[in-house]
Design a protein around this ligand. Structure first.
Ligand code: PRX
Length: 655
């Protein structure tokens, strides 16, 4: 991009603007074009959410919109009964929308599948019956470890249909991570595929899964989707082929009437200890939150729009906005199996042209990568159908924002920068695209029905423009209901700091004079790599499980492409010396234990690590060293010499 002086100049001019107005053509047709919803909701948040919930199909009405006697164990729409898969499928088919495309699926090698709502409903019913035939029922956890193929959606909705909470593991995580998550959640079934594809290569997924899964006696069924045709061992009595099981299943499976607080899914996410947190979401509140936010943040016109969220289903973004929010609104989406540079670096834009994508939702890291590849890959394809752009996962730097707006959206499409978390399940802070002006770098304001504030360490509100800790001040329907089997961790991680109803987010932020929130980043030991959460402790424990490693400390180092990159300081056992081949070995080892995303970008060999007198590793100082900053206070260290040694050796490395 550096070699395009005209574009550079245009972007610089854009960067001088603080505000970007909503394009008039957009505002004229927008679902919401003023702040009246914000005002109505502020007046009576719970009543306002009730109104949104009533847009769903309920089998039985709720008695209480919000029960908070047991706070922070909140309950939404208590007593009400519904089914998520009924709301995502049956309801639309009954309304005559069966032939509407739910997904335009595009495979890595260019294969295409159109899946209508009617087909999805048929497959979901068969899959639900296949699960039932294996004895799976309400409350039984089902693991899902699948690539980005339509079967992943079928599997999730089938679980929702029978009330079996799913536990999806991102396909990029290792088999060991799957094992850990299946063990923690006591899963009785795992749905996976024979193999996966990545940029022309095939990997044997099921064989890998088998390698780790044998000791899990509670895992009684493995359902295997035939995807790549790669050789795949099947164990009698436990393993079943997906296609055979669905073909043998009864085509009709009525949707179970479930309590509003019935668990819908568990999704493991990184926390500040090595053990991932099993974040729990339930039925009625979750569906209300994602349905309203999908429709209004993306300004959906379900009969015209083609929505594309480029995330993987294995993350919360995929759960809420590829699957549940999209389907509950009867939207048509694109689902893409592949990588953004395969078979070529313009594939995303080719797909936008081919499917007439109107709403694109992606992450800042992907935007920065596209920027680096150059505008020619984007401009080679027609993007005139695009009318709205969104980002999620990390703060977007104003330059990437300007590029997204100017190059991708041709100055015509509002950009919604959406702040939320696995825990919040639904978008919380953003601009409503037809109603609020945009400020590059700031997410926007809390959505209707959401209250956010920036406070100091003691929970006192700070003044505008002062950085502090982000809190959410009132419960919202999509909020997490707990951590799977770890109620104490739920209380200590989110509520003890400020006391319910004030939820501790874990992000630093600033609210500016216009009430716009600027989210800075995490305040705990969580690293954000390309919009994906990684825990320093989890990566450290993977590194120290390598036989040659004595100790390790991991930090997130600022990185132009990925936001943060993992940098590991490693002390070896005995007299061992580190070299490049050991670096590769350690990276590989972490890849095996957690997944490729967690591999450290940089490994730095150190004789010792900076520790306090009580033995706590001072990661803050390592971060200062790695980012070339003046060292903070070193007087509390047991041996202040250590940091100077590390700094000196890194100086040598940089030369
Ligand atoms: O630090 C914030 C950052 O991502 C964290 C949540 O990560 P995760 O649970 O994996 O969910 C990501 C997708 C919703 C937050 O605590 N984050 C997310 N969106 C933004 C963001 N930071 C700044 N701006 C955003 N738009």
């Amino acid at each position: 991009m550096a070699d395009d002086p005209v574009l550079e100049h245009e972007l610089e001019a854009l960067l001088e603007r603080e505000w970007f107005d909503v394009p008039e053509e957009f505002r004229e047709r927008a679902l919401i074009s003023d702040l009246s919803e914000h005002e109505r909701a502020a007046h009576d948040p719970v009543g306002w959410w009730e109104e949104q919930a009533s847009a769903l199909d309920w089998f039985e009405p709720w008695q209480h919109a919000l029960e908070d006697e047991d706070a922070p164990f909140y309950r939404w729409f208590a007593g009400g009964r519904l089914n998520v898969s009924h709301n995502c499928l049956d309801r639309h088919v009954q309304a005559g929308l069966g032939e509407r495309v739910a997904f335009h699926w595009h495979g890595e090698e260019g294969e295409q599948r159109r899946i209508t709502y009617a087909q999805l409903l048929a497959d979901v019913q068969r899959c639900a019956n296949a699960l039932k035939a294996r004895g799976i029922g309400p409350g039984d956890v089902v693991g899902i470890y699948l690539p980005m193929i339509p079967e992943v959606v079928v599997a999730m909705l089938a679980c929702a249909r029978i009330g079996a909470p799913h536990n999806v593991v991102f396909g990029g995580f290792s088999a060991e991570s799957v094992h850990e998550r299946m063990a923690f959640s006591n899963a009785s079934c795992l749905i996976t595929s024979d193999g996966g594809r990545r940029k022309g290569r095939t990997v044997a997924v099921k064989a890998e899964v088998d390698r780790t899964m044998d000791d899990l006696t509670h895992l009684e069924t493995i359902l295997v989707v035939r995807h790549t045709g790669v050789d795949c061992p099947m164990r009698d009595g436990r393993d079943l082929w997906w296609d055979e099981a669905l073909a043998a299943a009864d085509p009709e499976c009525p949707a179970e009437s479930l309590d509003s607080e019935h668990p819908l899914f568990i999704l493991y996410s990184s926390g500040s200890t090595a053990k991932p947190k099993g974040i729990q979401h339930t039925t009625g509140g979750y569906l209300t939150g994602v349905t309203w936010t999908f429709r209004n943040v993306f300004d959906l016109r379900a009969d015209e729009d083609v929505f594309w969220c480029t995330a993987d289903v294995g993350w919360i973004t995929g759960h809420s906005y590829i699957v549940y929010g999209a389907l509950a609104n009867a939207a048509t989406s694109v689902m893409f199996e592949g990588a953004p540079d395969y078979p070529h670096k313009g594939i995303w834009w080719e797909l936008c042209e081919r499917y007439g994508v109107t709403i694109l939702y992606t992450a800042p890291t992907a935007i920065r990568t596209c920027m680096k590849w150059g505008v020619e890959h984007v401009r080679g394809f027609d993007r005139s159908a695009l009318r709205l752009l969104g980002t999620v996962g990390e703060p977007i730097n104003p330059k990437a924002w300007a590029w997204y707006w100017h190059v991708v959206g041709e100055g015509r499409c509002p950009v919604v920068d959406t702040w939320w978390q696995t825990e919040t399940a639904q978008i919380m802070i953003t601009t409503l695209p037809g109603a609020q002006r945009m400020k590059p770098g700031a997410a926007g304001t809390p959505l209707p029905g959401i209250a956010a504030k920036v406070v100091d360490g003691e929970g006192r509100e700070v003044q505008r423009d002062v950085q502090g800790l982000l809190t959410l001040r009132q419960p919202w329907p999509g909020m997490l209901r707990g951590l799977y089997r770890e109620p104490d961790r739920y209380l200590s991680g989110y509520w003890e700091r400020f006391g319910a109803p004030n939820y501790f987010v874990g992000d630093a932020a600033r609210e500016d004079r216009d009430g716009y929130f600027w989210v800075i980043g995490r305040v705990d030991d969580v690293i954000n790599v390309s919009g994906h959460r990684m825990s320093t402790a989890e990566v450290e424990s993977a590194i120290v499980s390598h036989p040659k490693v004595a100790e390790a400390a991991v930090i997130g180092q600022s990185d132009e492409d990925t936001g943060q990159a993992i940098c590991a300081f490693v002390t070896l056992r005995g007299e061992l010396d580190g070299d490049d081949s050991l670096t590769d070995e350690i990276r590989e080892h972490v890849g095996q234990r957690i997944g490729k995303l967690a591999r450290p970008r940089r490994v730095i060999w150190t004789g010792d690590l900076p520790k306090t007198r009580s033995g706590k590793i001072m990661r803050r100082l390592l971060k200062d060293i790695a980012e070339g900053r003046q060292l903070g206070d070193v007087t509390t260290l047991r041996d202040p010499g250590v940091v100077h040694e590390i700094a000196a050796s890194m100086g040598d490395e940089d030369e």
